[in-house]
Ligand binder design. Sequence first.
Ligand code: FE2
Length: 254
Amino acid sequence: MMKDYIKTEQVISHPLPETEELFTQNLLSNEIKGVETNFYIIKKQKEHTFKPLNRRARVLIILSNSAVVYSKNYSYRLKEKAVLVPLDNSAVTIESTIHNVELIEVLTDLTSDDLEKMNFTNQGKFFFRYFSEGVTYREKIKSSKTVNRTFLPVNVIPRMVLGSVQTEGPDQVKAHRHPMLEQLFWGLPGNHCLVKADEQEKHFGEKTLLHIPHGSEHSIKVETGKHMHYLWLDFFQDLESVSYIDDAHLPDKD
Ligand SMILES: [Fe+2]
C-alpha cells in the first residue's frame, strides 16, 4: 500500500500580500485525466475574467456569500454560495464586492459526443444554482439524518454531477465502490471527518481537495462532536454510466 494512497491537497492559507489582487492555486495537478481544479481568491473590489475555452467545460463554485457575475448579456448579484456554469464559450467575469471572493474553478475536457450533447446556442447564458436551492436526496449508504444536495444535476455538463453532503457525528457513509466514475471531494468550512479507501484512512478537513482512489472501496466516518460537510464532484467515464446517479440518489420522502 502506497503511503499516500488517498491524495489530498489543502489550500495555502497565509494572508495575501497587499499588492496582490488575485491568488490562484492549482489543486491535485494531473490527478484525474481531463479534469483541472483551481482555487481562486479575488481580493475585495477587484475582478477576474475567465477566458473562453476550447473543447472544455467550466464550472465555477462560488464559496463566498457575495459576488457579481457578468457574461456577455447577463449579470447577477450573488447573495450566497452558488454553482455557475457558462453555457457557451464567452468570457465570464467575477467581481468581488466588500469582501474577498473565494471560488473553485473546475475544467473538464469535452469529447465530440459531449459537445454534441451540450447546447452552445444561448450566447451569454449560464446555469446557476445557490447551495440552499440544491435538491435534497437520500442514499442507502447514508444515515437518515444526513442532508444530501445536488447542485449541478445530470445533463448540464455531460458526464459531470456535483453536490454536497452534511451531517453531525457520530455518523458514517457506508463502504461503497463506483468504478464507472472518478470522485473528488472538497472540504467546506468546519469539515472534519475520516475518509477510508481500501486499507488507508486519512483525515479530511476544510479547504482541501481529496481524490477517492479510482475503483477503491471507500467509506467516511465522522466522530461525536465533529461536523462533516463537503462537496462531491463525480466525473463519469461515458454518457451511459451517468444513469448510476438515478439508481443511487433516491428522491426525498417529503
Ligand atoms: Fe463515493
